[in-house]
Design a binder for this molecule. Structure first.
Ligand SMILES: Nc1ncnc2c1ncn2[C@@H]1O[C@H](COP(=O)(O)OP(=O)(O)OP(=O)(O)O)[C@@H](O)[C@H]1O
Ligand SMILES: [Mg+2]
Length: 320
């Protein structure tokens, strides 16, 4: 099964400022603002939803095709993804624009000043899927909105199954755009909050949505996952317990990676959620979205501890 993951490929630059912004921002000088904060720490984190999802699938032994747009400055990052099993041949490299980057400075009061530069991501809207060869499933994760709409439309036109994963883009997309991204999806992924945004902005009821997508998966943070299909009982799956909570950023992407890997192995929905939940737990336990260490043996052990020996036995033949 050949899966394309479309979405952003970005880095986060996290700076720490040991002072307090309020002490450097003079209220009567704000019209001519020019301030420099001397940062005591810089962390550069690999991220981007497309890259995070493809990374997780690669770690689990799949070879997902990553589709997105970066600048020439991303060569090292693409190398990292390739080293983790990701096929990066679908990534467009801009001639002129730098890679998307989120830069944020946090002060000692946890106040933040941030900027997001989409840069080369805008060129993702120019990517056509057809030249990338036959695809069995296309994941449409947060990206340039034009790219998300284009990839979804192309899947619908060509009869390719797609997974709608609009996530954080739901906060700024309008109802009409959301309808175009969701209708006809094989899978719709959102968290609980985003499920509310879909309902509010489209006016769709829960039943309406189940009539428009094959399978709806809603994640509820530490409260687990609910899977819904029209005319069937809901499936509820508990999280895989974390040994420590370091930082949750990226858990949603890891869940999708694990879930989609398991469905591609032919496993049932409940089992696929369990695989997704355990991969998400790996992310909860580490700082960063692609920093977790994975071994097949330990993964099976933890799967058995959380969901029973049968779960591990079902997954074992698929792990290298
Ligand atoms: N505290 C936790 N312990 C264990 N697993 C967790 C925890 N929080 C989240 N998860 C796992 O991650 C999955 C996704 O979590 P959540 O619903 O918070 O996603 P999200 O809000 O999209 O996250 P993000 O956008 O920050 O990646 C959950 O279904 C669960 O399996
Ligand atoms: Mg999310």
């Amino acid at each position: 099964m050949r899966i394309a993951v479309t979405g952003s490929i970005a880095t986060d630059h996290l700076l720490s400022f040991d002072g307090r912004f309020v002490e450097q921002l003079l209220p009567d000088q704000l019209a001519k603002l020019s301030v420099v904060f001397l940062a005591s720490d810089l962390q550069v984190r690999r991220g981007g939803t497309g890259a995070n999802i493809a990374f997780g699938m690669g770690v689990l032994g799949l070879r997902p095709l990553l589709v997105g747009s970066v600048g020439k400055d991303a060569a090292e990052y693409l190398g990292w993804l390739a080293d983790h099993g990701v096929d990066t041949s679908g990534v467009h490299v801009s001639e002129t624009l730098a890679s998307p980057r989120f830069t944020v400075t946090t002060d000692q009061d946890q106040n933040q000043i941030g900027s997001f530069y989409p840069g080369a991501m805008a060129e993702a809207a120019g990517i056509e899927l057809a030249p990338l060869g036959a695809l069995d499933l296309v994941v449409v994760a947060p990206n340039d909105p034009g790219a998300m709409l284009r990839h979804t439309a192309e899947c619908r036109d060509r009869g390719i199954a797609f997974a709608a994963d609009p996530s954080q883009t739901l906060t700024f997309l309008d109802g009409a755009a959301i309808q175009q991204l969701v209708e006809g999806a094989t899978y719709l992924f959102t968290n609980e909050y985003e499920a509310g945004l879909v309902a509010d902005k489209t006016g769709w009821s829960g039943d309406d949505i189940l009539g428009l997508v094959q399978t709806r998966i809603t994640t509820h943070g530490a409260n687990g996952i609910v899977v819904q299909r029209k005319g069937e009982d809901d499936i509820r799956v508990a999280v895989a317990p974390a040994e420590q909570i370091a930082e949750p950023t990226g858990v949603g992407d890891a869940f999708r990676a694990g879930f989609l890997s398991a469905t591609s192995w032919g496993l049932a929905l409940e089992r696929s959620c369990q695989v997704g939940a355990l991969l998400a737990t790996h992310v909860v336990e580490t700082v960063g979205t692609q920093e977790y260490t994975y071994t097949g043996a330990r993964f099976l052990e933890r799967l058995a501890a959380a969901y029973g020996d049968e779960a591990a036995a079902d997954v074992q033949p698929h792990l290298s």
